[in-house]
Design a protein. Structure first.
Length: 156
């Protein structure tokens, strides 16, 4: 993409993507807070732990899945632990490492939240056909953020 017109279109596409993504995130976060008293960040923790199953996730793996810092993971899990939705235990193989799992209460709350989440996303994407949704997914998968890291422009 070398031409100025192509570059402008790329920036416009990026801005449209950000606008849609941030708008969806804000709407879902507001819905989660109103309906369940939890932020989308807490939903993301519950979702990651649900996918991990009974084995749970080590703290580092949870941090990676959430794409946040260790401190942010601690901050978002603390209220979930206090409310009995998440359990934090020492790794039996390495007591210095914490393992997070969903409690039964957490599983129930997450199931309710996930159902609402799906409904909200279905509503947001209702104007797109299944073929358009597949095309959108394919196009988004073709975007390569790693190119920025490999670019000579980002080298110091």
């Amino acid at each position: 993409m070398s031409g100025t017109g192509e570059s402008r279109e790329a920036v416009r596409a990026w801005l449209a993507l950000l606008n849609a993504s941030r708008g969806l995130e804000k709407a879902v976060d507001a819905g989660m807070r109103t309906r369940f008293g939890h932020s989308i960040s807490r939903f993301d923790v519950l979702s990651a732990l649900d996918r991990a199953g009974a084995a749970g996730l080590r703290a580092g793996a949870l941090t990676e899945r959430l794409m946040v810092s260790d401190g942010a993971t601690t901050q978002v899990t603390a209220p979930l632990i206090r409310e009995g939705l998440v359990k934090r235990a020492a790794d039996p193989n390495d007591g210095r490492v914490a393992i997070f799992t969903l409690t039964r209460k957490g599983e129930k709350i997450f199931a309710d939240m996930a159902g609402e989440h799906r409904a909200w996303i279905d509503e947001a994407f209702a104007g797109l056909s299944p073929a358009q949704l597949k095309t959108l997914r394919r196009l988004l998968a073709d975007i390569d953020p790693a190119k920025i890291a490999r670019s000579k422009r980002t080298a110091a």
